[in-house]
Design a protein around this ligand. Sequence first.
Ligand code: NAD
Length: 462
Amino acid sequence: MKLNYTSTEEVPQIVEDLRRSFFSNLTKPLSYRKNQLEQLYKLLDENDQELCDALQKDLRKPRTETMLGEIAMIKQEIYDSINNLDTWAKPEFVKVGIAHKLNKCQIRKEPVGSVLIIGAWNFPILLLLLPFVGAIAAGCTVILKPSEIAENCATVITDLFPKYLDQNSYRIVNGGVKVATVLLENRFDHIFYTGNGTVGKIVMGAAAKHLTPVTLELGGKSPAIVANDADIPITAKRILWSKIYNSGQTCIAPDYVICEKSVQEAFVKEVPRIVEELYGLDPQNSPDSSRVISQKHFDRLTDLLNKTEGKVVYEGNKDKNDLFFPATVVSDVPKNDSLMQEELFGPILPIVVVENLDEALEFIRSKDIPLAMYPFSNDEKTIQNILDNTRSGGVLINDCFMQFSVSTLPFGGQGHSGIGNYRGKRTFDTFSHERSVMTSPLILERLVEVRYPPYTEKKLNF
Ligand code: NAD
């Protein structure tokens, strides 16, 4: 399927149209927002097979993973947003001190304006539409820029969009770097970007020219810290599942394991049994195995693996033509190894061996703040020690991934793993401005006389 790119000449007009539309107040009534959220729900509900097919073509993503990991999550977010919108959008009356007792002070939740959402290819529907739900709920007009790399998904979404959603308020712009660059030259009221940190800096630089606030959902090397007392069979299964899921192309995948030597031995022993249990004896032909996105990424992973000084203790047959990169476990990986430089974003699991937990925590602190952290231990004190002595966007204890599915937890990074967060009400808040509105009564002018000149000592003793 060939994705049609939006022409760069068209982009400024689309931006202008949506800006005008915002100022016409079209998107402000709550009834309108709820209706458009219902329409988005319908789009997903009536076309799930088409969306699954597109993801199958782009990433060979299994239907179950698309239905549960992308479509069901967006539908739940829509459902929650419709049900809570009246409460979220309600003006909040604040308590005031004695000096303001006669004033009415409230915070109005107003849409920030016209916003841009840029999605990434690894969860091409989820990462585009999940923030979109909050932007609709907040009452913004929105330009969506899907990742051009997952081109089947971008094409299907672009086809379906005008059939369900109001084009006066929401538009899709397609393209690569050229189109994205032109988009970013324009002024938006918020930019929500998901992707890698290098482009994150470009987005932030472009936004700074207009003093536009940004949310940056980036990645990083998220560690799985396996303590000596961890339940190794369960730990290994959970880590391997989340590392192999989507061929490791998940921003919150555990990037590497860090543990003591004895734990590494026990962990490595479990690997063949678990991979076979999940993907059979021939993982390439398992219907549940996804693919890496492109030959470029396949080569990048192969190159990193060729350069490692660790021991490859588990691997399978790679097939570049089929973009199949098998689960690969590398033990005794030096801290400065090729596998420990960048986020791997593939199904390679390095294991770094340390003398003790303190050394593990020191190593984690020496690196950029990761998006996620996965401590595995049954000991409360060990967990507390890890939490107290590290930083990360989020933490999930004794499991991987599932923190993203809780819409009441903020999802986002810190430092190199991102700026801002979202999910549920927080997405609504991201695209809303808290506008202070104070109403002053005209009666009882006598009470405010104190502020007017001529100033006297008597007024100071008021
Ligand atoms: P990508 O290549 O799809 O790029 C993301 C978006 O940026 C695309 O829409 C692309 O067109 C746009 N883009 C590319 N170059 C640009 C430029 N010069 N100017 C403006 N826009 C540009 O995806 P990717 O970056 O390869 O995604 C993988 C990364 O994203 C990983 O680091 C991963 O950890 C991170 N990620 C983070 C999250 C999260 O929620 N925190 C989710 C998924 C992925």
